[in-house]
Design a protein around this ligand. Structure first.
Ligand SMILES: Nc1ncnc2c1ncn2[C@@H]1O[C@H](COP(=O)(O)OP(=O)(O)OP(=O)(O)O)[C@@H](O)[C@H]1O
Length: 297
């Protein structure tokens, strides 16, 4: 085991930002997506694992600070240094002789930025600089906190491809905070769902999907006609603009898909939809705390 969190509480002054009462264990090689709405405590958790907050409880790890690398939402470097100097000093290498680094610089089209001073980089360029540095560190425990926010669509896609390829078959443990569920569908194998400083659930992505959604789901637009047509099917909790229907087995899914096709209704089928899964996890958590029955029993 790489990290174990027990009875963790993090306060900012009197405000409690995080309370994790069930043990959370992170193992080598896991790719953990951390999700939750704004203010849920995601960054606070990342900072706590990095040793950057004061907390009550236990965070046990055999890793040393130098075994961790982090792309945080806000990174500060010496703003008057040239970017080339920042990169070479922090990574303790030379761009000329380090081929992996040169490849990353080329891949992220970062050559032009090397001459500039850090403070004159745009937000997206600063973001790319940090990504290159974090990838180059290849630390056993690596954090990416909203790594793609602020990047244009094409750069986001390229970054996802690169991250997938970079970590494929490697034992680095990744903790990835993201609001983009499609990224976590690609990169994460575990999910930690936070809400208002509490853990809603934590586990393997696929197991969580099955627990809250079943084998597969079908989503379609929420409108009166679609409501009427699907009235006899099992509905899941969903954002207001969607109807989400749970399918327990293939025959049920085929019957439903047939009905929608015959009525010329657009729909989406998924066996890994993180958004619908997390909405249902939150609903189950809220119900459990009303009734006192645990969904994790
Ligand atoms: N330095 C701070 N001082 C006081 N309160 C803070 C501080 N940092 C965070 N908080 C509060 O703690 C809570 C959790 O914040 P955190 O940044 O961990 O949320 P988050 O899940 O990362 O949110 P987001 O998706 O908006 O980035 C929020 O209510 C936030 O206002």
């Amino acid at each position: 085991m790489l990290v174990e969190i027990r009875n963790l509480q993090v306060f900012y002054g009197k405000f409690q930002a995080l309370e994790i009462d069930r043990p959370i264990r992170i193992n080598e090689g896991e790719r953990i997506g951390i999700i939750g709405s704004n203010g849920a405590g995601k960054t606070t958790l990342v900072k706590t694992l990095l040793g950057l907050t004061t907390y009550k409880g236990r965070v046990e790890t055999r890793l040393k600070p130098q075994d961790m690398a982090a792309h945080l939402q806000f990174n500060h470097y010496v703003s008057t240094m040239s970017v080339r100097h920042v990169l070479e000093t922090i990574l303790d290498t030379s761009i000329k002789t380090n081929q992996r680094l040169r490849e990353l610089i080329e891949y992220f089209e970062f050559e032009e930025c090397l001459k500039k001073r850090y403070k004159s980089l745009s937000g997206g360029q600063k973001q790319r600089l940090t990504i290159i540095m974090v990838m180059m560190q290849d630390a056993p425990l690596t954090f990416y906190d909203e790594v793609t926010s602020g990047l244009d669509f094409e750069t986001r896609q390229r970054l996802m491809e690169k991250l997938l390829q970079w970590y494929e078959g490697k034992s680095n443990t990744l903790c990835i905070v993201s609001h983009y569920y499609e990224e976590l569908e690609l990169l994460a194998d575990h999910l930690l769902i936070l809400d208002q400083g509490r853990v809603i659930d934590y586990g393997r992505k696929q197991e969580l999907f099955q627990k809250y959604c079943g084998e597969s789901i079908i989503t379609l637009d929420a409108n009166a006609e679609n409501e009427r047509l699907t009235a006899s099917y099992r509905k899941l909790a969903a954002p207001a603009h969607l109807i989400a229907l749970a399918c327990r087995e293939q025959a049920e899914e085929e019957e439903l898909a047939g009905l929608l096709i015959r009525n010329n209704i657009n729909f989406k089928r998924s066996s890994s939809d993180i958004e619908i899964m997390s909405v249902n996890a939150k609903a189950a958590y809220a119900k459990e705390h009303e009734s006192g029955v645990s969904v994790n029993d």
